[in-house]
Design a protein around this ligand. Structure first.
Ligand SMILES: N[C@@H](CCC(=O)N[C@@H](CS)C(=O)NCC(=O)O)C(=O)O
Length: 203
């Protein structure tokens, strides 16, 4: 039984989605970012963290890859060319797609007011558009970024697509648009969202 620490509206939802994909048992501790409980698991107070038999793993992408490796699913084997491409897409998800989303959020409500830059949203939208163009160029025959198999970066890119839509950043059409529809239609995502809702209702 795993414990996911982090509010379901945070990047903890990546971990619950991954656990649902794997069919693993888990519970959710919906600790808020910055809370004492969150800081106990992660000194920065950032969500999420994963508890696995007394060990604590932090950072959503690292947690997802750890779980994929541990369960031998949703990942290519380390040391293969396919895994090289897979990890490259994982970094792309974080550096190119998530980065403008996170910057927008920081300047909308996270940074102290005096440090927030006005008009940053348009710069972020521009960067996000460039990332979508790059994804279009990099995307091969599909159906997923590394080919036939749904792997960790598909989940991370899908999570960022939901995030982007929620702040009004346009997702592309064409093959990348079809790709996001395919990823976001996964039953494991719907189950994870349902679990998150239940936990919040019970809190
Ligand atoms: N790279 C980290 C980022 C974690 C992160 O920034 N989480 C957000 C919630 S989604 C948070 O806790 N923010 C609070 C803060 O930045 O102080 C990950 O993917 O887990």
């Amino acid at each position: 039984m795993y414990t996911v620490i982090g509010h379901p509206a945070s990047r903890a939802s990546r971990v619950t989605w991954m656990l649902e994909e794997l069919g693993a048992d888990y519970e959710i501790n919906p600790a808020s970012p910055g809370s004492d409980e969150m800081k106990k698991a992660n000194p920065t107070g950032k969500a999420p963290a994963l508890l696995d038999a007394g060990a604590v793993i932090i950072d959503s992408a690292a947690i997802c890859q750890y779980l994929a490796d541990k369960h031998g699913a949703l990942t290519h084997k380390a040391g293969t060319v396919e895994r090289g491409h897979q990890d490259s897409f994982t970094f792309f998800a974080m550096d190119d797609m998530e980065y403008p989303l996170w910057t927008e959020a920081k300047h909308r409500f996270l940074l102290p007011e005096e440090l927030r830059a006005p008009n940053i949203k348009e710069a972020c939208r521009y960067e996000f558009g460039k990332a979508m163009q790059a994804l279009e160029e990099r995307f091969g025959d599909g159906p997923f970024v590394t080919g036939d198999q749904f792997t960790v970066p598909d989940l991370l890119l899908g999570h960022c697509a939901v995030w982007a839509s929620s702040i009004g950043f346009e997702l592309p059409g064409g093959k990348v648009g079809d790709y996001f529809e395919r990823v976001l239609a996964r039953p494991a995502l719907a189950r994870a969202q349902e679990r998150g809702k239940e936990v919040l209702e019970a809190a």
